[in-house]
Design a protein around this ligand. Structure first.
Ligand SMILES: [Zn+2]
Length: 208
């Protein structure tokens, strides 16, 4: 499988030959980066099998991109109001009602569990706290989550979820990090051996 970072907290996932763009195009919310214009155009030319959107904050969602995509391809768009389990080719997508982290906890928000040859959790901006005791959900092989999942209590919950891989998103550029997020994450991951942690740069593709 491949994961290409295309937004502040968004990716293009390719799993079992299926392309799913998740929170994939972002607009700038300082200090978090927007999707660069070239990457945005490239995504419109890419054959996408579905778009998934966890919630409507603009660092996760670009309405203009979604409408351009929908007009061009008529492909499925699964958003935070969707509750049904969907099939996207050979993949199954399970939307999971989940609370947004921090002050914006009243916005409608879904996380997505993607089941194919691996189980992927894409958590958007959801608070890590709510995953304690969710024995009803399939265990993630790959957890894709914002930096909060590698800090403090969030890290303990990540350890309990025990994915093989943690892909951290939503970090700003290290040169523009007013909240010291990189330092906080580094304190967690230095010397860590499990799970394997990946922090892709904007536009970077990782293979797992
Ligand atoms: Zn948000």
């Amino acid at each position: 499988m491949q994961i290409k970072r295309t937004g502040a907290a968004g990716i293009l996932l390719t799993l079992d030959g299926v392309n799913v763009l998740m929170d994939g195009v972002s607009r700038e919310v300082k200090p978090y980066p927007a999707t660069p214009d070239e990457l945005r155009s490239e995504l419109l030319q890419t054959k996408l099998d579905a778009l998934l959107i966890t919630h409507h904050h603009k660092d996760h969602f670009d309405a203009a991109f979604v409408s351009e995509y929908a007009i061009k391809t008529a492909g499925p768009v699964i958003g935070p109001a969707d509750i049904q389990i969907s099939e996207i080719k050979s993949l199954t997508v399970q939307p999971v009602e989940s609370r947004h982290i921090g002050k914006a906890d009243d916005i409608e928000h879904k996380s997505f569990i993607i089941l194919g040859s691996k189980c992927i959790w894409f958590t958007g901006d959801s608070s890590p706290l709510q995953w304690q005791g969710r024995e009803d959900l399939p265990k993630p092989d790959v957890l894709i989550a914002p930096y909060a999942y590698a800090i403090g209590t969030g890290w303990k919950i990540t350890k309990n979820l025990a994915p093989e891989h943690l892909v951290l998103l939503h970090l700003p550029d290290p040169s523009d990090d007013p909240y010291g997020l990189w330092e906080a994450v580094k304190q967690t991951i230095d010397g860590n051996t499990y799970p394997q942690i990946h922090i892709p740069k904007m536009g970077e593709t990782i293979s797992i």
